[in-house]
Design a protein around this ligand. Structure first.
Ligand SMILES: [Zn+2]
Length: 109
């Protein structure tokens, strides 16, 4: 079984359907048997929904004028940028999780 640490770096790309088929299957199989990673995916999806919703709530005239100021290539990567930001947050949570795990292991020994 793949470890959660191996999966962690793939989960953002998994929910954004950016994985190769082989990796996609690997993640799906891991999620089928790992509650911890399923919870992480659920958290990522809720963050993704909030980001999408907040973009949708910007009035069209403001959104379109703001987007008009962005060159075409940057528009295409706008959502990638949002999800890369989410990945940074997720990585931070991962570090916090490891730190708490280390502290817990240290305390309980
Ligand atoms: Zn896992």
């Amino acid at each position: 079984m793949d470890t959660c640490d191996n999966m962690s770096s793939l989960l953002v790309d998994y929910i954004n359907r950016r994985l190769e088929q082989k990796e996609n299957i690997k993640v799906a199989m891991h999620l089928a048997q790992c509650d911890r990673c399923r919870k992480e995916v659920a958290m990522l999806l809720s963050i993704k929904n909030v980001v999408q919703k907040s973009v949708q709530e910007v009035p069209d005239d403001i959104l379109s004028s703001a987007f008009d100021m962005i060159v075409v290539e940057e528009k295409a990567s706008y959502f990638d940028y949002c999800f890369d930001a989410i990945k940074t947050v997720k990585d931070s949570f991962s570090i916090v999780r490891k730190t708490i795990g280390f502290a817990f292991d240290t305390i309980t020994v």
